[in-house]
Design a protein around this ligand. Sequence first.
Ligand code: CIR
Length: 250
Amino acid sequence: MHSKAIVRRPGRNFANGITTTNLGKPVYEKALEQHAAYCDALKRCGVELIILEADERYPDGCFVEDTAIVNGKVAVITHPGAASRRGEEVEIARVISGYRKTETIAFPGTLEGGDILKVENHYFIGLSGRTNKEGADQLAAILSKYGFTSSEIKVEAGLHLKSDIAYLGKGNFISTPAFSKMIYPANTIILDQDECYSANCLLVNDILLIPKGFPESKTKIADLGYNIIELEMSEFRKMDGGLTCLSLLF
Ligand code: CIR
């Protein structure tokens, strides 16, 4: 069960963050509204929020997932692969150290939380443009000290491992066609090619948060019996962000 989540509000310069999409500039006011709805959804899932104000030094700062890996035993503070995001982790480390023992990924290791997929007591660590082998090896060594296993997996395309795959609990995965064979083929919902953005969904306790506007995915997920909350994510999508990116659950 998750009882808490750290979130950070988008800043006024949110549109100056990194993006690879051609979806246009995000509208700040709309991003704030969507962020507020996301926070409300987390509360409906029974989570108490720790809300950090925007830090204008970091336009991508609302994507707090990338700054730490948190489980019941430890918080591992990352060293982001994107140079413009280095420093976001400092405030997160300060807050999370009130709740967990902390460890850190050190340069030349780089790692971002979007590449880390937890499946029960096992972690899949994506090797991507943001997470290098050194960072992955450091994380694996830290996790093994706390009794977790891990394995590394190449992210050939896309930003992060979790841009393409999510674990929904109970042995179920949801994945883009490209990733469908990579982890557990048997219990994977394979998304339609034009609904790939919905691979990034977020299970919070017994409720599954999914992005709005992906009807085929919604039907496939609902067929598995999940309670669903749909959230409008258009402004975060413009900046390559998804549902998992906006919180650190623990
Ligand atoms: C970035 O490129 O770093 C941000 N614009 C988006 C980060 C999304 N984070 C995530 O998927 N965990």
